[in-house]
Design a protein around this ligand. Structure first.
Ligand code: AMP
Length: 506
């Protein structure tokens, strides 16, 4: 039996419910579909090639697999591959198969060891009334519950992805029109999601009611474009029009865009981690560059966590903008004290244990000339398990640094994520289990400080966090989950999670 298949009925069992056969591990595997990238384009003779370019710009959001679906007014065409966009969609043979002027595409996040090809998106299904294709960034928080009742009702699932639940719900809707069927399905799902969909002659973009996952709208001549981030517009010379609003559905048909909001209006709460880490620094978030937000975080960090080092050193590449902000605010030299090898690919053959014990540094090496005998402040955007930091500090000391102080440009991550970010279980989150002093000792730093929650909101341009209606989804730090993680309430992933902190609005 494969690792992630559901255990079969045992002969002696009279009836074992689907729920009972589902271990926490299966739940986790089912819901794995992390920070992916989505794209869509209408009315363009080069739809497939432009989608490939858009996905290439969004490659940082997922490297495990990629796919494109096109529609040529008669047929849908689907090509899905494991690996990077550049390795799969540059060949003219692949793109030539994708004829049509409408397309959607998807990048899937890397999750090693899990069943892969069948979960690569976009998914396609022939439904009553025509074909529908879907690409999804995010994670549904009630997919397992829905799946259980769908399976009981006779639905046959082909993947372990929560996205297929949406397809099944659309297929089973008794409504007549495809948009009505989709709305019917959306009423039933919960979680964080940004979707691009393609039906006969319609390109559709959907953002969840809180706007947890991002989706933006762009234009290239007569073509509308939907994408996870604006960097996908820049690569094809398209202009940024606006962010898709929370709870908004945009329907692009025959060159015209229609916007509807069929659900109760909620206050927008985008995931603050897009601002801190996920989005490419050159992407706009709500019209402002992610790079600027991150510099502000570094600047605020310098104000809060003053240490007078000789040099400010970023963890490449995630800590670079915050380190620049820190260095400018504190008036201390910024130095590339760590050099990254950009050619560490997924296919790199891991050295044997023997060679590894020599301390082979595949990805990062210390730049001795800029840190030797210096008091270093090391800046990163976030601390999760602490493994990166631990290794880097060792490397810096080994290269001659006098003192290494660590400053993190976000607060302590104490709570897991259920909306599409691959943060580990509470057990593995360092800050959920250790005090500041214990973490400092574990990573081997001279001192350690995190940005305060107030400081995070200040850097984001808000006076303070609004208690009644927080401006962001910030559960990573606060445990305040805007949507209850129904599928996981009994998992160890949220052991000790204060359910009282769950907002009661779902
Ligand atoms: P860790 O070594 O586990 O503490 O991870 C911290 C590093 O991982 C930081 O450099 C972050 O930029 C990066 N990081 C934070 N969140 C994620 C995520 N969800 N997926 C991959 N990397 C992440």
């Amino acid at each position: 039996m494969k690792n992630n298949s559901i255990p079969p009925y045992k002969k002696k069992d009279k009836y074992v419910s689907f729920e009972a056969r589902f271990t926490a591990q299966h739940r986790h595997q089912l819901s794995i579909k992390e920070e992916c990238g989505v794209f869509g384009i209408s009315d363009n003779k080069d739809a497939a090639a432009l989608t490939a370019l858009g996905l290439h710009a969004l490659q940082h959001r997922g490297q495990e697999g990629c796919g494109i679906v096109t529609y040529d007014n008669v047929n849908f065409h689907l090509e899905r591959r494991l690996g990077l966009v550049g390795d799969n969609f540059t060949k003219s043979q692949t793109l030539e198969k994708l004829s049509g002027s409408m397309a959607i595409g998807h990048n899937r996040y890397s999750t090693s060891g899990r069943d892969t090809m069948r979960n690569v998106q976009p998914f396609y299904a022939d439904l009553h009334g025509g074909g529908v294709s879907i690409a999804h960034n995010g994670n549904l928080t009630n997919a397992i519950m829905l799946r259980e009742s769908l399976v009981k009702d006779g639905a046959i699932f082909h993947t372990t992805s929560d996205t297929e639940t949406i397809v099944q719900l659309i297929a089973r809707s008794k409504k007549n029109m495809i948009v009505e069927k989709i709305i019917d399905a959306l009423w039933q799902i919960q979680g964080g999601y940004a979707l691009t969909m393609l039906s006969n002659e319609m390109l559709i973009g959907i953002r969840d009611p809180f706007g947890i996952r991002p989706l933006i709208l762009g234009k290239l001549d007569h073509s509308y474009i939907l994408a996870s981030e604006t960097c996908a517009l820049d690569i094809i010379g398209a202009e940024y029009v606006r962010d898709i609003e929370n709870g908004e559905i945009v329907i692009i048909e025959k060159g015209k865009l229609k916007s509807i909001k069929p659900f109760p209006i909620r206050a927008k709460r985008p995931d603050v981690f897009e601002y801190i880490y996920f989005a490419r620094p050159d992407s706009l978030l709500e019209g402002q560059c992610a790079y600027e937000y991150r510099k502000n975080l570094g600047e605020q960090l310098a104000k809060e966590c003053g240490v007078r080092p000789d040099v400010v050193v970023p963890v490449p590449d995630s800590g670079v903008p915050a380190a620049l902000g820190y260095s400018q605010a504190a008036g201390i030299h910024f130095e590339l004290g760590l050099i990254r090898n950009h050619y560490v690919g997924r296919t790199f053959i891991q050295p044997s244990q023997n060679i590894r014990s020599l301390g082979v540094k595949l990805k990062l090496n210390a730049n001795k000339s800029s840190i030797k005998d210096k008091v270093v402040v090391l800046i990163d955007d976030s601390l999760v398990r602490g493994t990166t930091c631990h290794k880097i500090i060792k490397t810096l000391y080994h290269a001659g640094a006098k003192e290494v102080h660590v400053r993190i440009a976000s607060p302590e991550i104490k709570f897991p994520d259920f909306y599409g970010v691959d943060t580990p279980t509470k057990k593995e989150l360092l800050a959920a289990n250790k005090s500041n002093e214990e973490i400092c000792e574990y990573i081997g730093a001279k001192s350690l400080k995190f940005l305060s929650l107030d400081g995070l909101y200040k850097a984001m341009g808000h006076e303070k966090r609004s208690a009644e209606s927080p401006q962001f989804t910030d559960h990573h730090f606060t445990g305040d989950y805007p949507v209850k993680p129904l599928d996981h309430l009994n998992d160890d992933k949220i052991t000790q999670l204060s359910l009282l902190s769950l907002a009661s609005n779902q």
